[in-house]
Every structure is written in structure tokens, then in C-alpha cells.
Design a protein around this ligand. Structure first.
Ligand code: ADP
Ligand code: MG
Length: 240
């Protein structure tokens, strides 16, 4: 589903990604972790073409990101992305947040989009909040709306960039529960997260990045067991 091949990227003189390669098969859940500044967000943004890269290529469901002929907005409409800061439209109701892209990008009718949005809102346990604005919801609730919004586009895969790091501790699980459910239903997921409980529960593989490089790409059992790279061990000992 996602094939990252020898991707390197520079910001000016600074090399932010060095020769990154990995594959994520359909239905796989891959957790990406590593120290702050190691390039995790940059890599995940490269996957849906939000950041250009100078070397290598990424295929998403057979479409090359580096190919200048690729219609990136069209591809992005099929790749769900959930950020640390929910990025809901603050001036719109929850329902409008859930329907606008379905209507404008996918050309669905208002009724169809609304039905789909409300179904997904119900699924994340927030049906009663349909007519509120994002500011009236807690951080955990807003993030669940953001996930529902991404799902409303019928994504072929989902990318998460630290979806729980901006949340108060008591709200983390309500978001992780939704992600676990998605994983168990077979969604292909690439998740930047330091929630190792989530990784242990549903990840097929764990990727560890350091200084722009993928230094570990291992099955979950192998990653959490021994042996693993010293840098990953140090990192894990600090966050576990
Ligand atoms: P992570 O998500 O692992 O914390 P990032 O991908 O956000 O790391 O950033 C990796 C490195 O690239 C950091 O050193 C960061 O300062 C740098 N960086 C990120 N965005 C930019 C940018 N737009 N211009 C220059 N440097 C950047
Ligand atoms: Mg980041």
C-alpha cells in the first residue's frame, strides 16, 4: 500500500531524511517512533505529498508521489491524515467539518455527506455533539472528530502524526481506543506515536528513527524484545 524507497530530503543545507526505505502492506499497522527532531513528521508528510523530497520515491497504492504528473490533491483525498493539533475548522459546526470535503472534493450530495458524517460521529461516540463548534468540545473529542472526518473520505490508508501528544492524559485513551478499533478492522495505518501500549496492542511493525534515518524497522516482538539497536534501547528506556 505504501512503499518508501531511498527517500532523502534536505531543508537547504540541512539533511532531514537520509535514504529512508520501508514498505507498509495493506492492512498493516506500523508505528513510527524516535526522538524529537528525528524526521518522523517530515517522513509522514512526504507520504501524502505535503512535503517534497529530492531523492527516492514513494508509491501509495501504486501512485508515485515523486512523479510530477501525479495529481497530489486527488491522491491526498484518499489518504486520511490526523495531526497533533486537530485542525478542525473552528467557525464551522462539527457536522459541517465532517461534510465539507465530502461535498467539495468527492462531489457527494449534502444529504449523503451528512448521513455518512453522522454515522461516523456516532461511531466515535459523539453523535450528540453534531451541532456544536469545535471549541465547545474537549481535546479528546476534537481529535475523535478529526478521525471521523478523515474516515468520511473513505481513505485507503490513514496517517497519524502524534495524535495524542497534545491531549491531557485522561483523554489519550478515548482516542487510542478509536485507533485500536480501526486497526482491528484492517485499516492500513502509519502512526507516529510514543504510545507504546498502542504499539504493543496493534502494531505489526515498529520503525525507530534517529537523525533522519530509519535505524530500526522490526516486527513488534523483535522491537520490544532483544536484540535491538542501542539508540532505540536508550529511547525506550526513557519513555517506558
Ligand atoms: P520529528 O517529527 O521527528 O520531531 P520533524 O520531521 O518535525 O521531526 O523535523 C526534523 C528536523 O527537520 C528537525 O531538526 C526540524 O527542526 C527540521 N525541520 C522541520 N521542518 C523544517 C522546515 N520547514 N525548515 C527547516 N527545518 C525544518
Ligand atoms: Mg513531529
Amino acid at each position: 500500500m505504501i512503499s518508501i524507497r531511498n527517500v532523502s530530503k534536505w531543508y537547504g543545507q540541512f539533511q532531514v531524511l537520509t535514504d529512508c526505505s520501508t514498505e507498509i502492506r495493506k492492512g498493516e499497522v506500523v508505528v513510527v517512533c524516535g526522538p524529537s527532531g528525528s524526521g518522523k513528521s517530515t517522513l509522514i508528510k512526504c507520504v501524502n505529498g505535503l512535503e517534497p523530497f529530492q531523492q527516492g520515491d514513494i508509491d501509495v497504492n501504486g501512485t508515485s508521489i515523486a512523479n510530477p504528473k501525479t495529481n497530489l490533491p486527488k491522491l491526498r483525498s484518499h489518504v486520511g491524515m490526523v495531526f497533533q493539533h486537530f485542525e478542525l475548522f473552528p467557525h464551522m459546526t462539527i457536522t459541517d467539518n465532517l461534510t465539507i470535503a465530502q461535498i467539495k472534493v468527492l462531489g457527494r450530495s449534502k444529504e449523503e455527506a451528512r448521513a455518512k458524517g453522522l454515522k461516523l460521529l456516532d461511531r466515535v461516540g459523539l453523535k450528540a455533539h453534531a451541532d456544536k463548534h469545535p471549541g465547545q468540545l474537549s481535546g479528546g473529542q476534537q481529535q475523535r472528530v478529526a478521525i471521523a472526518r478523515a474516515l468520511s473520505m473513505d481513505p485507503i490508508c490513514m496517517l497519524f502524526d502524534e495524535p495524542t501528544s497534545a491531549l491531557d492524559p485522561e483523554m489519550i485513551n478515548e482516542v487510542l481506543d478509536v485507533m485500536v478499533e480501526l486497526a482491528q478492522e484492517g485499516m492500513t495505518m502509519m502512526c507516529v506515536t510514543h504510545e507504546m501500549g498502542f504499539a504493543r496492542k496493534v502494531a505489526n511493525r515498529v520503525i525507530f528513527m534517529d537523525q533522519g534515518k530509519i535505524v530500526e524497522d522490526a516486527g513488534k516482538e523483535e522491537f520490544f524484545g532483544t536484540p535491538r539497536s542501542e539508540r532505540a534501547q536508550q529511547f525506550l528506556s526513557k519513555i517506558l
